[in-house]
Ligand binder design. Sequence first.
Ligand code: FAD
Length: 300
Amino acid sequence: MLKDIFMGLSQNQLLNSAAKKYGLKMGAQNVVAGTNIEETIKSIKELNAHGISCTVDNLGEFVFKEEEALEAKEQILKVIEAIHENKVAAHISLKPTQLGLDIDYYFCLSNLREIVDLASKYDIFVNFDMEDYGHLQPSFDLLDELSKEHDNVGTVIQAYFFRAEDDIEKYKNYRLRIVKGAYKEPEHYAYQDKQDIDANFIKLIEYHLLNGKFTSIATHDHNIINHVKQFVKKNNIPNDKFEFQMLYGFRKDLQLKLASEGYNFCTYVPFGKDWYGYFMRRLAERPQNLNLVVKQVFNK
Ligand code: FAD
């Protein structure tokens, strides 16, 4: 019930635009690293000091105006320059709809090409985040196109989709992030039951780990993490073949613990003014995150 309410709110265009004007509110500042690049680099340096690398996401999605997509591209190019200049351990995560996928496929491709070209010059990896089902195939198509030109690209496999097993087979030579899946998807495309999603998640993680390609296991679920720890040990998979990933501000103690145990750890660092949809999805996933909001309201 709460999940559906927050999912609905996450897609509300009016609230989304209003939120951009008012800066980080409602506890979003606990899970969003900052509104500008300087604040974000500072947060990355702090995480790097604990042996944690970062993947940086300039917040924004479902963009329908060319000027907004171009603005997002410029901002991401600046982030790449900042990562390079500051010599921080970080790479890029981006959403194709922020770069114009809903406006025109080729416009989006050209924006992405500029980003991937610059990142490649500095040897910085670019991850294409995966969004809802309607954007899944076009996002894979963009990846196919750009991976003909550069090898610093990879993407995400969402375990709730029935087609995930075929996709992971097709992209077995890529660096992949594997997640459960964050959007509300209909039952004819996606598992709905937590047990089914978890079982498929584990299956996909094991498959890609055994393939020997770099695997990012992105989850806050300690049961999955413990399972992976046992699995890599049993199968002699070296630590440099995988990493754990979590979102900025979540389970900070566990993030530090995993890094201190010698596992590669990467924190997903979102920043920017367009925090609303991202924040609502986090509330939908885990209504306990409402604590963040409540604390913020009462601490005023
Ligand atoms: P859940 O299934 O939400 O939780 C499982 C259990 O873990 C809970 O019952 C609880 O016991 C424990 N737990 C979870 N969170 C907490 C917490 N904060 N504190 C204490 N215990 C907790 N989705 C996409 O669709 N596309 C993407 O590109 C994408 N990229 C992602 C990148 C990263 C780095 C991460 C971490 C997630 C990403 N996601 C993405 C979101 C993902 O698909 C899930 O929606 C999200 O991670 C919630 O699932 P979970 O595996 O973390 O655990």
